[in-house]
Design a protein around this ligand. Structure first.
Ligand code: CTP
Ligand code: CA
Length: 223
C-alpha cells in the first residue's frame, strides 16, 4: 500500500545509487557485459525517493522504465561510472553501489568492426583490470554511509566480510548468485546484510522492493 511505502525519513538528504551492469567495448559494435538487470539498484533508488530523498541514479543499460522524480545518469563503461560518481559524490549523504562493475576492460578497443578475416580461427582479447571504484573512493565529509554489494557463488559470509573491510564500506549487501530463483533479473532476492560489529542480518527470499526498503531504513537511521 502506497501510504505505508512513502514517508519522509530521508527528506533533505541526497542519496547516490549505482545500478545495472557496465559494458566495456571490444570494437565499434561489440562489448563485454554481464547479467545484471538493474532491478535491485532501481528498487533502492525508488525506496529512497519514496522516503523523500533527492536521488541521483547512475545506471548502466537496462530494460527498466525511468523512475519519475529520480535524476538518472546513463553510463556504459567503468570510466563513465567513475566520472558520474566524481560529479555527484560531493553532494551525497549516502552512496549505494549496486552496479555490477566490469572487473576488466579490453586493452585496445578496435575503432572498426572486427572482421573474421583478421583472425585465423581463434581470437584472443587482452583484458586489463579496471580500477576498483568503491575501494578507491575518497570519502568526503558529507558522505555518511556507504553500501557495497557482494555477488558471491560460494562462501557468502566470509567473502562478504572481506569486502566490507577491503572496500571501506559501512555495509555489504551479500548476494548469493548460485540460486536461479533469486538474483539476476529476478524480482526477488536473498541477501545477507553485513555491518561491522553487528550480527549479519539474513534476509531470506523476498521481493527486491522490500529488501530495498530495509536497506533504505538502515541508511536513514544512520543519517
Ligand atoms: N566494484 C567497484 N569497482 C570494481 C568492481 C566492483 O566499485 N571495479 C564494486 C561493486 O559495485 C560492488 C562491490 O565493489 O558494490 C563488490 O563487487 P564484486 O564484483 O562483488 O567484488 P570484486 O571486488 O569485484 O571482487 P570479485 O568480483 O573478484 O569477487
Ligand atoms: Ca567483480
Amino acid at each position: 500500500n502506497k501510504q505505508l511505502e512513502s514517508g519522509s525519513k530521508l527528506s533533505g538528504k541526497h542519496i547516490l545509487v549505482t545500478a545495472g551492469g557496465t559494458r566495456e567495448p571490444i570494437d565499434s559494435v561489440r562489448f563485454i557485459g554481464n547479467r545484471s538487470s538493474g532491478k535491485m539498484g532501481f528498487a533502492i533508488a525508488k525506496a529512497a525517493y519514496n522516503q523523500g530523498a533527492y536521488v541521483t541514479l547512475i545506471s548502466g543499460p537496462t530494460k527498466l522504465p525511468a523512475i519519475p522524480g529520480v535524476k538518472t545518469i546513463f553510463i556504459q563503461t567503468v570510466d563513465d561510472l567513475q566520472n558520474a560518481i566524481n560529479e555527484n559524490i560531493k553532494q551525497a549523504d549516502a552512496l549505494v553501489m549496486a552496479a555490477a562493475v566490469s572487473d576488466y576492460r579490453v586493452a585496445t578497443v578496435a575503432d572498426h568492426k572486427l572482421k573474421k578475416s583478421e583472425f585465423d580461427g581463434t581470437m584472443q582479447l587482452q583484458l586489463v583490470e579496471n580500477p576498483d571504484v568503491l575501494a578507491n573512493l575518497e570519502h568526503p565529509d558529507n558522505l555518511k554511509f556507504v553500501v557495497g554489494f557482494a555477488a558471491e557463488s560460494e562462501n557468502l559470509l566470509a567473502n562478504g566480510q572481506t569486502k566490507l573491510k577491503k572496500k571501506h564500506v559501512d555495509m555489504i549487501v551479500a548476494n548469493d548468485i548460485s540460486k536461479s530463483d533469486t538474483g539476476f533479473d529476478s524480482d526477488d532476492n536473498a541477501v545477507t546484510l553485513i555491518r561491522p560489529e553487528l550480527k549479519p542480518e539474513v534476509i531470506k527470499k523476498q521481493s527486491k522492493k522490500l529488501i530495498a526498503q530495509r536497506i533504505i531504513d538502515i541508511i536513514s537511521d544512520q543519517l
